[in-house]
Design a protein around this ligand. Structure first.
Ligand code: AMP
Ligand code: MG
Length: 480
């Protein structure tokens, strides 16, 4: 590994150094060797992956640390939070020279654990491990994981579960909530911290006339692109709080999440989201809310006499959110449908298709595949309102008339995954893993590595099967 320990150069008030506390009887879960290669792990590093991913081995080049941050949770100020059960154990360079954080989740309690035990349990580690891998393969910016380990140590949740650890990778663990913590508790650190964020993550903004505004615009745009990509693959984050969004727009801190099966825009995947704040359809506006809240934390960076003008400038930065989101979403939706994004009616036609999925309660992922495979008659036969489908099809075919169909069809194959991580798939893998059988984790890991390619040797019929109409969507418990 090639180390680049840069977070420890920040003011020590921003973190607490401590070593991981291993679990009893730690043993291998799963290892992502391809990712380890990208991260330039040596043969020796790879040979000791179980020790590294279980906190038994750390590195002299980096003193593990827990970061402090704060956040708004479900719209309410939650005060100080922080790495309550995870430690940044290294920052290393990947094969492209990019700095990547290695963050060990479940490594024991820290000063920021509040009432928690500092541990993670096997079922949630597997959910995060597979989802991060799936999103990366779907080209959605996201944290990933080099590997996870299980143990013989019981950890109490709603029931007694197995303790586990996961070595998460991300281009950034600096959350919107870092800025909230600094403003609330150590405002004198804001200037230097912001400067470092720009240097590390958006160095091109240093050349801008107003680097802070350029930085804010970039964060807004990256977040908007991430959310558009989530929506296109049907992913919904269950806890989009300001402490769970980072400044590089890559998915972080899964907890409850879901890949949508039946298309239902007001679907809630988190059992604890009583008011439906983070429904699938609310995710863009909740990201906007989080960013608006974050921008307020940049206001103190302005000189007193320029504050009013700076506030207006920040508000203008936020105006980039909606067009960036819409551009990416529209482009992606058109690709999924095989429609030209420049055609004035394509977006309307896409919305008509989604309305059919909604009223007929059809499966999101497989409906796009059926359209791609031109199963028009069969799709119509499955609709209660056949006229609605016919009207859509007429418009659809009219738009595609005289277009380069070969190219449009090819974009569909690149935009429509065959495999997503359906809840029951993760659940099956978890149940076996809890009995020490990781074969299903391995199968899903391989399958989800190439979600756009048919893998008949690996797939099971239920990987593709829509939820039966009498089975409700699962809400995932926050307990992790
Ligand atoms: P989350 O919503 O999962 O991102 O967690 C919110 C906060 O609670 C973060 O600061 C976590 O580090 C902390 N946390 C969650 N679970 C635990 C746990 N079992 N022990 C200590 N801290 C935890
Ligand atoms: Mg979190």
């Amino acid at each position: 590994m090639q180390f680049n320990a840069r977070y420890p150069s920040l003011n020590p008030k921003l973190y607490h150094e401590q070593m991981p506390v291993p679990l009893k009887g730690a043993k291998a879960g799963h290892f992502n060797e391809a990712l380890a290669d990208e991260l330039q792990w040596s043969a020796e590093d790879k040979a000791s992956w179980v020790e590294i991913c279980s906190g038994q081995k750390t590195f002299p080049e980096f003193h593990p640390l827990a970061m402090v941050y704060a956040g708004h949770q479900f719209g309410q100020w939650a005060g100080q939070l922080g790495d309550g059960r995870g430690l940044l154990i290294a920052q290393i360079l990947d094969q492209n020279g990019q700095t990547i954080d290695l963050h060990l989740k479940g490594a024991g309690s820290t000063p920021y654990s509040r009432m928690g035990d500092g541990r993670a349990v096997l079922h949630s580690v597997i959910r995060e491990y597979l989802a991060g891998h799936a999103l990366n393969a779907l080209d959605v910016p996201s944290s990933n994981s080099v590997g996870f380990t299980t143990s013989e140590q019981g950890v109490q949740r709603e029931k007694l579960e197995l303790g586990a650890m996961m070595l998460r990778t991300s281009d950034c663990h600096i959350r919107l909530g870092h800025f909230e913590w600094i403003n609330q508790y150590q405002p004198s650190l804001l200037q230097e911290f912001t400067q470092k964020c720009i240097e590390w993550h958006y160095p091109e903004c240093l050349e801008a006339e107003q680097p802070i505004l350029a930085f804010a615009t970039k964060v807004i745009q990256k977040t908007a692109v991430m959310i558009a990509k989530w929506q296109l693959v049907g992913f919904a984050h269950g806890v989009m709080n300001t402490d769970n969004l980072n400044i590089t727009g890559s998915t972080l801190d899964f907890g409850p999440y879901g890949f949508m099966e039946r298309f239902r825009p007001n679907w809630i995947n988190n059992h604890s989201d009583y008011n439906g704040r983070y429904t699938y359809q609310n995710q863009p506006s909740m990201a906007h809310w989080n960013l608006w809240n974050w921008l307020n934390n940049l206001i103190p960076l302005a000189k007193p006499e320029e504050k009013e003008k700076f506030k207006q400038d920040l508000a203008q930065c936020l105006e980039h959110f909606e067009p960036t989101f819409l551009e990416h979403y529209t482009h992606g939706l058109c690709a999924k449908l095989g429609l030209p994004s420049f055609h004035k009616d394509s977006f309307d036609c896409g919305m008509a298709f989604l309305r059919i999925l909604q009223t007929e309660q059809l499966d999101y992922t497989s409906s796009f595949l059926r359209l791609q495979n031109k199963e028009y008659e069969a799709m119509k036969d499955d609709c209660l309102d056949r006229r609605q489908f016919e009207a859509f099809l007429t418009q659809y075919e009219m738009i595609r008339e005289n277009q380069d169909i070969g190219t449009l069809d090819a974009t569909m194959f690149e935009a429509n995954p065959i495999y997503i991580l359906r809840n029951h798939m993760a659940q099956k893998a978890i149940e076996l893993a809890e009995r020490n059988d990781f074969s299903e984790v391995e199968r899903l890991f391989s399958l989800l590595s190439q979600p756009f390619t048919r893998q008949t040797d690996l797939e099971k019929p239920e990987d593709l099967a829509p939820l039966p109409s009498d089975v409700p969507e699962v809400m995932v418990s926050c307990s992790s």
